[in-house]
Ligand binder design. Structure first.
Ligand code: SF4
Ligand code: SF4
Length: 148
């Protein structure tokens, strides 16, 4: 049974600033991709991984890195909108939170670099439960040739 910890009472409402999709004055943005992310984008958008990702052989499951163009994610359009929103990677679905895993313990932590934190409604536990389910799925998927 996986154990979940998350910031209780945190408020969040995306301000659509696209700061999480680009490099900032604080440094480069590294958009890591799991094998599942990679396969989902390839399958649903008809793209080859070479077009959008680099294999950095990172720690499982985040073995790929999204390509950037002029400091922006390759999928960010001229209107600062994500071109692959429905199929965006787990790391983008989670942001402004990220997950730290120790064995079967998963802890969500909040980024202080997102202007949406502290705005909007308090996030309910089910938001994190849903993200955790997707994260576990990513950890379980290892086959680069299988998207079943
Ligand atoms: S998640 Fe945060 S940084 Fe990203 S677009 Fe929304 S408000 Fe901006
Ligand atoms: S995939 Fe979409 S949401 Fe994720 S960084 Fe790129 S443009 Fe932003």
């Amino acid at each position: 049974m996986n154990k979940l910890r998350f910031p209780k009472g945190v408020r969040f409402q995306c301000q659509r600033c696209s700061r999480c999709c680009r490099d900032t004055e604080k440094g480069p943005r590294r958009i890591l991709l799991s094998v599942l992310d990679l396969l989902r984008i390839e399958k649903n958008l008809g793209l080859n991984r070479e077009n959008f990702a680099e294999n950095i052989q990172g720690s499982h499951p985040f073995t790929f890195l999204m390509k950037m163009v002029d400091g922006k994610c390759i999928f960010l359009d001229e209107n600062n909108t994500c071109k692959i929103y429905d199929f965006r990677p787990l790391i983008c679905r989670c942001y402004p939170f990220w997950i730290e895993r120790r064995g079967n313990k998963f802890e969500f932590k909040a980024s202080s670099d997102c202007p949406g934190i502290g705005r909007g409604n308090v996030l309910e536990k089910k938001v994190f439960t849903n993200l955790l389910r997707q994260a576990v799925e990513a950890y379980q998927h290892t086959n680069l040739d299988d998207n079943s």
